[in-house]
Design a binder for this molecule. Structure first.
Ligand code: SF4
Length: 448
């Protein structure tokens, strides 16, 4: 147990959504979209949807049960993001035998002697468990470069409310035996990267021939072992045209979640590879269409405005359905005014963002709002994680929507979205600037 027990904060009841259009619908399949945390940077989305009976967000397209989707440990509800995050990610090491072109960590083969020790890592895990953070991700670099990784997975998995995930690299360290050993250690979910639908595209991302084949083998090994698996894809200009093909490839396997990262030009990520706002929107349309068809869940990372896109689409569909059922036109339906289209979408609770429901601990113990956000909030060798998360002036500012600037400040989606703070910082040097990759213009910003 931790020698520095953390005083837990009081959980607050989730606010109740109010929307006249929602209330008018009596369909028992109805699932109010803003009751779901539709992009919560990890497993919460899967568990929320499981609780909603495995239906699509508005209940119009049933999704078949996914045998990969296991029950989450309890404890992921009742969040106040000022008190604790939903997800804590620990960069176990920066060592990795791959040399990916977009690597956030600028990883290299050798381990840093300054990495957190096994005991320090266990103390960190104790704090994460005591804060009642439901999702703990061990990332890298390549976590398998640490000889104590199985012991640490085992240690974390023994915590009663912690869902432990791990993101290994597709190198010779990742074998079928390793997958089984991780599974036997209590790993909740394995996450593997796939950045292209072909060997040519994926291997050029990863910098190692054979990485594509190794990744597909790993997914199959996980399926054979009964290990939940998530696939991570980093979208850049190099592969944005392959979204449909990658989804089609994933459909051949049993995966729990497709986590789609959108480039933040940091580490080895290059600004030339960053899609523009219009290309983001086109990618969202593809992801949304795919999400209506496939059995796995889809979430985005550093594309918080995908939530806005989904909400807009869901609301349009809901309105169209209501109009159809009423046999009337838009003019005859007072609930479907532009005012409702804008403000009737207010989410019940805020969406996860950098430093808001999310925290990242580096291999040497520095704490950041996310792995793509290089402003330091504290250091776990000197302060408790709870103190850093709750009291860091940087993190408090990032959780304050009034600090946003430009169109994000006046946007009706700002609590749910808020734009990528990491990308705003990477591109403008101002963490509160509008996300330069969002195509939406809020009516207030447009002077409507
Ligand atoms: S304007 Fe900002 S807050 Fe609104 S959807 Fe775009 S990125 Fe999100």
């Amino acid at each position: 147990m931790s020698t520095n027990p953390v005083q837990k904060g009081k959980s607050k009841p989730a606010p109740i959504a109010t929307c006249s259009t929602v209330n008018r619908r009596t369909n028992s399949e109805f699932v109010p979209v803003w009751a779901l945390d539709i992009d919560s940077e990890g497993l919460l989305q899967a568990s929320d949807r499981a609780r909603c009976g495995g239906t699509a967000l508005l209940g119009t397209t049933p999704v078949p049960p996914n045998p990969q989707k296991g029950a989450e440990k309890s404890g992921s509800k009742g969040f106040d993001f000022n008190e604790r995050p939903v997800v804590a990610i620990w960069e176990t090491t920066q060592a990795c035998d791959l040399a990916c072109v977009h690597c956030r960590a600028s990883a290299q083969p050798a381990r840093d002697p300054g990495e957190l020790s096994s005991d320090e890592a266990k103390y960190l895990i104790d704090q994460i468990a005591e804060m009642n953070i439901p999702v703990f991700v061990l990332t890298g670099g390549d976590p398998l470069k640490r000889p104590d990784i199985y012991e640490l997975v085992n240690y974390a998995a023994a915590k009663p409310k912690l869902n432990v995930c791990l993101t290994p690299s597709a190198t010779p360290l990742l074998t079928e035996d390793a997958v089984r050993k991780l599974h036997d250690s209590g790993l909740h979910r394995l996450a593997i990267s796939l950045d292209g639908a072909s060997e040519e595209v994926h291997d050029s991302f990863r910098g190692i021939p054979g990485a594509f084949e190794h990744t597909l083998k790993t997914i199959q090994w996980a399926n054979d072992a009964g290990q939940q698996i998530q696939v991570n894809t980093s979208i850049t200009r190099r592969n944005i045209g392959q979204i449909d093909e990658i989804a089609a490839l994933l459909e051949k396997f049993k995966i729990s979640l497709w986590s789609v990262f959108f480039l933040v030009p940091t580490g080895r990520g290059q600004i030339e590879d960053l899609p523009n706002a219009r290309e983001f929107e086109e990618a969202f349309a593809k992801l949304y269409a795919i999400s209506r068809r496939v059995r796995f869940h889809i979430k985005t990372t550093e594309a918080q405005h995908y939530r806005r896109f989904v909400l807009q689409r869901k609301f349009e569909e809901s309105c169209a359905e209501i109009r159809r059922s009423q046999g009337g036109s838009r003019d005859e339906s007072p609930a479907l005014t532009p005012h409702h289209l804008r403000t009737g979408l207010t989410p019940a609770r805020p969406g996860v963002n950098d430093g808001k429901g999310f925290i990242f601990i580096s291999h040497t113990g520095e704490v950041y709002p996310s792995g793509f956000f290089p402003l330091r909030a504290g250091h776990v060798r000197r302060q408790s994680l709870e103190h850093i998360y709750r009291d860091s002036s940087l993190l408090r500012a990032l959780r304050d929507p009034e600090r946003l600037k430009g169109k994000c400040k006046v946007c009706e989606y700002r609590d749910l979205c808020g734009g990528s703070r990491a990308r705003a910082y990477a591109l403008t040097g101002d963490p509160f600037a509008p996300d330069p990759c969002c195509d939406y213009m809020p009516p207030e910003a447009a002077g409507a």
